[in-house]
Design a protein around this ligand. Structure first.
Ligand SMILES: [Fe+2]
Length: 189
C-alpha cells in the first residue's frame, strides 16, 4: 500500500515538473542568488555598480548580472517608499537573497496580505502564482543608515517576460488589474 502511494506521488511530481517551463527548481534559483550575492560582495561585479558608490536615492535601480536562455539574475537597490505594487511573475519562478538592509514583503495568502521582513542573508523563493508587494523595510534605515543601499539579488526562470498586477477588493478577494510585458525585475523601475 505504502509503495503504491509513493509511486503515485512521484508520478504526480514528475508530471508537475514536466509541465513547468523551466528545468530549474526553486533550490537552483536560491543557490544562484546566493552565489550572485557572494560575487557582488566579493567585488566581482564592481564594473556594473554605480560610479563612485553613489547609489540612487530616489528610484529603484537594477543591473542584470547573468542572462541566458534559462535564467536571468539581477542586483536591485531599493529606495524608501518605492513599493513594487502587488504583482506576480507570470510564468517565471523566482528567488531572492538579501545582501544588505532589509525588505518588507506583503504576500497574498489567499485571504489576506501577510507581511514578513527579509533581512540581510535571508532568502525567499517564489513559485508560479506567488503574488506579493515588496518595499525597502523601514528598519533598513536604522540598520544600514538612510543613505546606505538596501540590496538584493533576484533570479527568474524562465527569464522574466511579463508581470500581472493586482488589487485587493473590498470583499477580500484579489482582482487582476493589468498584465504587462516586461523584463525588468520586480516591475518597472
Ligand atoms: Fe516580485
Amino acid at each position: 500500500m505504502r509503495s503504491s502511494v509513493l509511486s503515485l506521488s512521484s508520478a504526480r511530481d514528475r508530471s508537475v515538473a514536466s509541465a513547468l517551463p523551466t528545468r530549474l527548481r526553486p533550490a537552483d534559483l536560491l543557490r544562484l542568488t546566493d552565489e550572485g550575492a557572494e560575487d557582488v560582495l566579493a567585488g566581482r561585479y564592481d564594473h556594473l555598480l554605480p560610479a563612485d558608490g553613489l547609489w540612487p536615492t530616489e528610484e529603484r535601480w537594477a543591473t542584470r548580472l547573468i542572462a541566458d536562455d534559462e535564467v536571468d539574475v539581477w542586483l536591485i537597490s531599493w529606495t524608501p517608499g518605492k513599493s513594487t505594487e502587488l504583482h506576480d511573475h507570470a510564468g517565471s519562478l523566482g528567488a531572492l537573497t538579501v545582501l544588505s538592509g532589509a525588505l518588507s514583503e506583503f504576500r497574498w495568502n489567499g485571504t489576506e496580505l501577510r507581511r514578513r521582513t527579509l533581512a540581510a542573508g535571508d532568502q525567499a523563493s517564489f513559485p508560479i502564482g506567488w503574488v506579493h508587494d515588496v518595499v525597502r523595510a523601514p528598519a533598513a534605515a536604522e540598520s544600514v543608515g538612510p543613505l546606505d543601499p538596501t540590496l538584493s539579488v533576484h533570479a527568474y526562470s524562465p527569464p522574466l517576460s511579463a508581470m500581472s498586477y493586482y488589487e485587493v477588493t473590498g470583499h477580500g478577494t484579489l482582482r487582476r488589474t493589468k498584465t504587462v510585458l516586461t523584463d525588468q525585475p520586480e516591475g518597472d523601475l
